[in-house]
Design a protein around this ligand. Structure first.
Ligand code: F6R
Length: 613
């Protein structure tokens, strides 16, 4: 959740570190800091708040960065877990002698025991963090070899970590280690970088090495020495990434979220590109690496995911059951490993994760593999831990998603699930002509999204009317039920309005008690099977004086006469409906949050990728 960047090379490291931190800011951002080696000394600068505050403090320390000789350094943006966002708690942390500086992502579960033990030996702690123990431990384990010290310290840790350490004795070295938190090495010309996320270093090199759990590495400007925790050299491939740095810029949009909402026609087109077999009317998913017999052997699908990805998974449940006839369940990834799930040989566990780094989803993948299921993933970030550990699956190709609130990942995940359901369906009960119709529907998704985006102005006007509400309900049925959950999630996370998503029928089993004139209900009332039922639910809300906003199919006067405001959705089948509908809900939330003056791309308390349990 926090971000790490490191640099060792021939240039001054400071500009690269600050640039990397700025590109990581979307991950976690309550404080930041950097430590560099300059003239044999460790220099440390920290600040509370955004990277721009750190930049100011850095400018005060190095008024002429071009003259700075600090060519090795590490930096960090923090998302507080242990201890409030203060300068003392910000990383890097030093050991007592001031010889070692560390940055750490993850959570050290046994830090209290370690801290007590270190204090008994005279170590003085300056922060409340779990991470600081690492600096003291590395100092204790150091006998002149930084990598050995990092390995010895790692062995004492329980929990998750991705860390980097520098030492005044070793002006060109950075030692790194990972277990459970991502770390990638960037291979440059006479310079080597490290980061928790390729976004931080992609401007400097496209050649990267993804470390595995319990890998350690010692990097210098021209050497990378990778070992396992037992000090045995291991070889890891250099991957070439096609990360487009411009794609991670705002390109004139006011917020990343808005840009990413508007990118959805292209993002979905990228998800479906090259994935249709127009001879037998199925989809092509070579990444799944499954023969027709293997596809036919799947008797049950369990989807494990968190947050928005779980909502996408719930839409997928309808697809797999209705289109392919495969019994499907959706599990909160956080619960999966703790409830002893039944996973048989012919169960496919499908992990869905935009980042591919979510700790709970990763843990579910490991549990499923351990239980012998067929484990596959739907990920966006290429080379992410979940993608590598599952070894089979589908990439979304949606491009970097920087806004904390997930938008294009959801629509692309739903599209990918539909493609998968088509594949399984054609392998079982779906007729040729049904496959053909579904392919035509899927091909039309980008166009449907464009039609919703063209109504952004209309949606903005409606959103402004409701921006003062403090409570909201979102209701839907069928595939539009998980869409309602996603709509409510979007609204609450970026506007801080309390919003609940419910199945429309469930409202009268309790939540209806909360309805009154200040509590708007957003009803997903598109013209698809179940519309007559949702009309009855809308009547129930109106009878309690709640204002009702509806999503409705263009031209549907029955709904517009019944409700206060309408978000118009182009005509489409019920399988496709979640996609254009959610786009309208994303815009609705965005404009409400904007009207309320919220920090849309970086909502309070949230981080883009949740790498702790
Ligand atoms: C909400 C949001 C989160 C993520 C969740 C899972 O807008 O972004 O709910 O969907 O943290 O993240 P991934 O998909 O990276 O596993």
């Amino acid at each position: 959740m926090c971000g790490i960047v490191g640099y060792t090379g021939k240039r001054c490291s400071i500009t690269t570190l600050l640039d990397g931190l700025a590109r990581l800011e979307y991950r976690g951002y309550d404080s930041a800091g950097l430590a560099v080696l300059e003239d044999g000394q460790l220099k440390l600068v920290k600040s509370v708040g955004k990277v721009k505050n750190l930049k100011k403090n850095v400018a005060a320390t190095w008024p002429n960065p071009e003259k700075c000789t600090a060519s090795t350094g590490i930096a960090h943006t923090r998302w507080a877990t242990h201890g409030e966002p203060t300068e003392a708690n910000a990383h890097p942390h030093l050991d007592g002698s001031g010889k070692f500086a560390i940055v750490h992502n993850g959570i050290i579960d046994n830090y209290l025991d370690l801290r007590k033990h270190l204090q008994e030996q005279g170590c003085v702690f300056k922060s409340e963090t779990d991470s600081e123990v690492l600096a003291h431990l590395i100092h204790q384990c150091y006998e002149g070899d930084l990598l050995h010290a990092a390995a010895a310290a790692s062995k004492k840790l329980k929990g998750t970590f991705g860390f980097a350490v520098i030492c005044t004795d070793k002006p060109e070295e950075i030692a790194v280690a990972r277990r459970g938190s991502p770390l990638v090495i960037g291979v440059g010309n006479n310079e080597t970088l490290i980061a928790s996320d390729i976004a931080a270093i992609a401007a400097y090199t496209k050649r990267v090495i993804f470390l595995n759990d319990d890998d350690l590495a010692l990097i210098t400007p021209d050497k990378i020495d990778i070992r396992n925790i037992e000090n045995v050299p291991v070889s890891r491939e250099i991957a070439k990434i096609d990360w487009d740095v411009a794609a991670a810029e705002k390109n004139g949009y006011e917020h990343f979220m808005l840009k990413e909402i508007f990118e959805q026609p292209e993002a979905v087109a990228n998800t479906i590109r090259g994935r249709f077999d127009n001879k037998v009317f199925t989809s092509i998913m070579s990444g799944l690496n499954m023969s027709p017999d293997e596809l036919a052997s799947v008797k049950r699908i369990v989807i494990a995911a968190c947050g928005t990805s779980m909502n996408a998974g719930m839409v997928g449940e309808y697809y797999f059951e209705d289109i392919a006839g495969i019994p499907t369940e959706v599990e909160q990834a956080a619960e999966f490993r703790y409830r002893n799930p039944i996973i048989e040989d012919n169960t496919m566990v499908l992990a869905i994760s935009q980042s591919g780094e979510t700790a709970d989803t990763l843990a579910a993948v490991r549990e499923a593999k351990n239980k012998g299921g067929i484990v596959a993933a739907i990920n966006n970030v290429v080379g992410s831990t979940i993608a590598r550990e599952t070894g089979r699956g589908i990439y979304l190709h949606a491009g970097p998603e920087i806004g904390v609130a997930s938008t294009k990942a959801f629509t692309c995940q739903v599209t990918a699930l539909l493609l998968m359901a088509l594949l399984f369906g054609r392998n079982r009960r779906l007729e040729r002509h049904e496959g053909k119709n579904l392919i035509n529907d899927i091909k039309n998704i980008p166009e449907l999204i464009k039609q919703v985006l063209a109504r952004a102005g209309e949606i903005e006007k409606i959103a402004k009317k409701y921006a003062k509400a403090e409570n909201f309900f979102f209701i839907g049925r069928g595939c539009l039920y998980p869409t309602a959950l996603e709509g409510a999630l979007k609204l609450k996370e970026i506007s801080y309005i309390h919003a609940e998503g419910y199945h429309a029928a469930e409202l009268k089993h309790g939540p209806i008690a909360l309805l009154e004139e200040n509590v708007p209900v957003l009803a997903l009332a598109n013209d698809i099977p179940g519309k007559d039922k949702i009309i009855a639910n809308i009547q129930e809300c109106k009878a309690r004086k709640s204002p009702v906003i509806a999503t409705a199919t263009v031209g549907d006067t029955e709904i517009s006469e019944l409700t206060d405001d309408i978000l118009w959705i182009p005509h489409c089948s019920s399988f496709i409906a979640p996609i254009p509908t959610v786009v309208a809900l994303q815009l609705f939330s965005y404009y409400i949050a904007k009207e309320r003056g919220c920090e849309i791309d970086q909502p309070r308390n949230l981080a883009k990728s949740v790498t702790v349990e």
